[in-house]
Design a protein around this ligand. Structure first.
Ligand code: SIN
Length: 273
């Protein structure tokens, strides 16, 4: 890939690229947008350093890539679209489960743009797994079988505990379980990825419980194969921008009782096919 304006340093063979030569405080012109977009599609997750930007500038950057969602289960922040994920002495980090964002939605996230606001001195890294590489690593027979399957994604695997029965019912009406292909085809690159995750996928359609549970366990385990991964070490003002259609992520929860605060804007994607 030839870039004229930015530099992209690959961090692993198929996934991860550190971008330099960009100040995200300034609006993106078409040329710069096109290069960052191309880098995201090529590297699947891209990283920026030293972006001391405001929440509004962070939001404006994310908006270049599509409409932003308001997370239905996040604690509201002063900007509705901004999800503040804060952990410390009173609440240990709990995003240490492999997942792709909001797959319980009918139109799950295209991308997530996460900025490190207050990072621990050591620890609190985020791992990303290339789910296209995971798909490519499967045998042709397994790929064929999975290609015919769909799975149900349900917010209640993760969210909704402690909600009143009425509130839960209302949330279920607004966010009914979503059925997505087990293997999705990326709408821009055409690459296929394994698209089930431990956080939200409840079962595979048309299989008995035991078959579904065992097959899902196998598919979940693919994200933890180091050959498919890149690991990001945060600093304050680092940004990670990942393509949820191609990767899963896992926030390492090893920094307790240190504080770790990140802000996320999430870009709405299309219906997986
Ligand atoms: C997330 O799951 O969106 C949070 C990832 C992180 O905090 O590194």
């Amino acid at each position: 890939m030839n870039y004229g304006r930015i530099k992209v340093e690959p961090l692993a063979p198929t996934i991860g690229g550190e971008i330099s030569g960009v100040d995200l405080a300034s609006p993106l012109d078409r040329g710069l947008f096109a290069e960052i977009h191309a880098a995201l599609l090529d590297r699947k997750v891209i990283f920026f350093r030293d972006q001391d930007i405001t929440a509004q500038q962070h939001m404006a950057f994310a908006r270049n890539f599509g409409e932003l969602e308001v997370h239905p289960f996040a604690t509201p922040s002063h900007i509705p679209e901004m999800m503040v994920i804060a952990h410390g002495e009173k609440n240990r980090g709990n995003e240490n489960v492999w997942h792709s964002d909001v797959t319980f939605r009918l139109r799950p996230a295209m991308g997530s743009v996460l900025r490190g606001v207050e990072m621990p001195a050591v620890g609190g890294d985020t791992l990303f797994a290339d789910m296209n590489a995971a798909y490519e690593g499967l045998s042709a027979s397994m790929q064929r079988m999975l290609g015919e399957l769909t799975a149900i994604h349900d917010f209640q695997r993760t969210f909704g505990r402690g909600m009143s029965a009425e509130k839960l019912q209302e949330m279920r009406r607004e966010h009914p379980p979503a059925e997505h292909p087990v293997i999705r085809t990326h709408p821009e690159t055409g690459l296929k990825s394994v698209y089930v995750n431990r956080l939200f996928t409840s079962h595979i359609v048309g299989m008995n419980k035991d078959e579904s549970t065992r097959l899902l366990e196998f598919l979940y385990s693919l994200a933890s194969i180091p050959e498919y991964q890149v690991r990001f070490k945060w600093r304050n003002n680092s940004i990670a921008f990942w393509d949820n259609r191609a990767v899963q992520h896992y926030a390492v929860s090893d920094y307790y009782p240190q504080r770790r605060v990140v802000n996320r804007f999430t870009i709405i994607g299309d219906k997986p096919v």
